[in-house]
Design a protein around this ligand. Structure first.
Ligand SMILES: Nc1ncnc2c1ncn2[C@@H]1O[C@H](COP(=O)(O)OP(=O)(O)OP(=O)(O)O)[C@@H](O)[C@H]1O
Length: 337
């Protein structure tokens, strides 16, 4: 198992399937990407594209019948040891989760317990992984509340989650996630439920915490506007597969897959340069919806919705090919887009 020195996470040809009695839902089907140390990689796509199943696979949190069919999830821990998480047992995951890899979600109450004060919850998170006295745990919890810039942190330590606003709860969840200084943070739509101003504040906070703690972030979102704010690199997923991957600047300067173009055209306030007005109108909302992943066509899965499609798109699944300076695209017409 080899990993480039600057890579913390390498997902290689990952397949996570849900096998039913009569069909197989290939939620993640051959996904490959690398996350660099201290960087943010955004995974983007519409609902059902396989983003969450990818992150749950990495965290060992898949629910039955979901299971990793094949592939590798190589992760470098703090001692520079490389593990294949695709082969981890639940026991191994319990030692790793929280300490080396942490996760934040759209809904803070999935992580927070309404019956305990925020100070106790953060303290307990630390105590789970380190031998620490109750007073030391309380001190560290306070420190964490200050790190996530909660005003009057000392006064909020004994608050219960329901006494806080949505934005403040989100900060507490981030404090809990970062309490043990994980080297990888997986953020699954952490700002989607928040209004635009609070969303911008949380993204700003995550960026600052990343500089301070040096962690890598895998950021799951359907919103390219958020990607522009936070990501260094971007993976675009469609129907369980990667369709485009590029550094963020390159992706916004030129999209090499029609799906990415469509997503960008649907994103309010995103920077974009989509050429003519006619083109912008045509792509404003992507027609149709993601096909059922139990029954994908043999060719390009986006072909039925694609304004650039030609008959050859239906023949075989296009491979991911180099399409720009540092970008790859799963489109046979990537150079004409
Ligand atoms: N328990 C399950 N049983 C069968 N199929 C499932 C199950 N959970 C997820 N899937 C399949 O996996 C696909 C991808 O789901 P996933 O949640 O990863 O999408 P997503 O891109 O994260 O979307 P969202 O933004 O809505 O969370 C779904 O369309 C669904 O078909």
């Amino acid at each position: 198992m080899t990993l480039d020195a600057d890579t913390i996470l390498s997902v290689r040809d990952l397949r996570t399937w849900f096998k039913g009695r009569h069909s197989i839902a290939k939620a993640v089907d051959g996904v490959t990407f690398d996350l660099k140390r201290g960087k943010t990689l955004a995974v983007v796509g519409e609902s059902g594209s396989g983003k969450s199943v990818t992150s749950l696979s990495i965290m060992g949190l898949l629910a039955r019948p979901g299971a990793i069919e094949s592939g590798q999830i190589l992760f470098r821990d703090r001692q520079e040891r490389v593990h294949d998480l695709a082969r981890f047992s639940q026991k191994q995951f319990r030692a790793l989760r929280g300490r080396e890899i942490a996760m934040i979600f759209q809904e803070p109450m999935t992580s927070l317990n309404p019956l305990y004060t925020v100070g106790d919850q953060i303290g307990e998170m630390i105590a789970l992984h380190e031998p620490i006295s109750p007073s030391e745990a309380r001190k560290r919890a306070l420190e964490m509340l200050r790190h996530v810039e909660i005003p009057d942190a000392a006064g909020r330590l004994d608050d219960y989650p329901h006494q806080m606003s949505g934005g403040m709860r989100q900060r507490v969840m981030i404090a809990m996630a970062l309490a043990c200084s994980p080297s990888l943070l997986i953020a699954d739509e952490p700002t989607t439920a928040l209004d635009v101003t609070i969303q911008a504040q949380i993204l700003d906070l995550l960026r600052r915490l990343q500089d301070q703690f040096g962690m890598s972030i895998l950021f799951i979102t359907h919103n390219l506007g958020v990607v522009a704010e936070i990501a260094h690199d971007v993976v675009v997923m469609y129907a369980g597969r990667v369709v485009e991957q590029a550094p963020v600047m390159e992706l916004f300067a030129r999209q090499t897959h029609p799906y990415t173009r469509g997503l960008l055209a649907c994103t309010p306030d995103a920077e974009r340069d989509l050429g003519s007005e006619g083109e912008r109108q045509a792509l404003y909302s992507i027609p149709g919806s993601v096909p059922p992943i139990t029954d994908l066509p043999p060719g390009c899965a986006f072909e039925p919705r694609c304004g650039y499609a030609v008959p050859a798109c239906r023949n075989a699944l296009p491979p991911l090919v180099k399409a720009g300076e540092n970008s790859i695209s799963r489109c046979i017409r990537s150079h004409e887009i």
